[in-house]
Design a protein around this ligand. Sequence first.
Ligand code: B16
Ligand code: MG
Length: 220
Amino acid sequence: MPKISAFIFDLDGVITDTAEYHYRAWKRLADEEGLPFSREDNEALRGVSRRESLLRLLKGKVLPEPQMEAYMARKNEYYRAFLAQITPADLLEGVAEFLAEARAHGLKIGLGSASKNARDVLSALGITDQFDAIGDGYSVSRTKPAPDLFVWVAGRLNVPPAECVVFEDAEAGIAAARECGMYTVGIGEPTRVGAANLVLPSLAGVSVSQILSKLTDSPH
Ligand code: B16
Ligand code: MG
């Protein structure tokens, strides 16, 4: 069994499902601007930054930078209005138990989210104090699939990347973690996170020792 010192979690899709709120906020903007945008289109926005999300929503349509900025600000305003509805009941099944068990194992806990709203979401969920380091949309400039965010979090945790396990629901996030030599646990569809070392439908009923015992000597 390899030496593992830290678990790093993505937020949306792993700890809670803010994806629905992101969708509704983008959908409102798209409808107001007469841009076609479906739930299926929204799948391509999973785990990617606000700017990259807008570029994907625009499907190749080019806008001047000030208009891009205005669209992103408006979407964020719509999204933030939903944050007031988030409570600890919105933690995905099994997450509270899994975090507590990981801490009891002496593992360090990090967050690696693309979201600039991550701290507010953690606070609404009531779990900010469970994290030893919080990496969010402000921490680095190159977003997933670049490895920068996870490297940044590992640095904050003072743990070598090879001793980290990343939990992610997005293809870009698995690619980012693999790029920096971390172990990966994909949450959700194998078609999306199949490149991970382990793939699980969710963290419900999952134990820390179960995960650790399934990791091989090298992440690749
Ligand atoms: P914001 P994650 C991601 O969160 C979301 O999955 C993605 O839909 C969103 O565009 C991105 O955060 C940026 O969010 O607009 O709040 O900065 O999965 O990386 O936790
Ligand atoms: Mg995610």
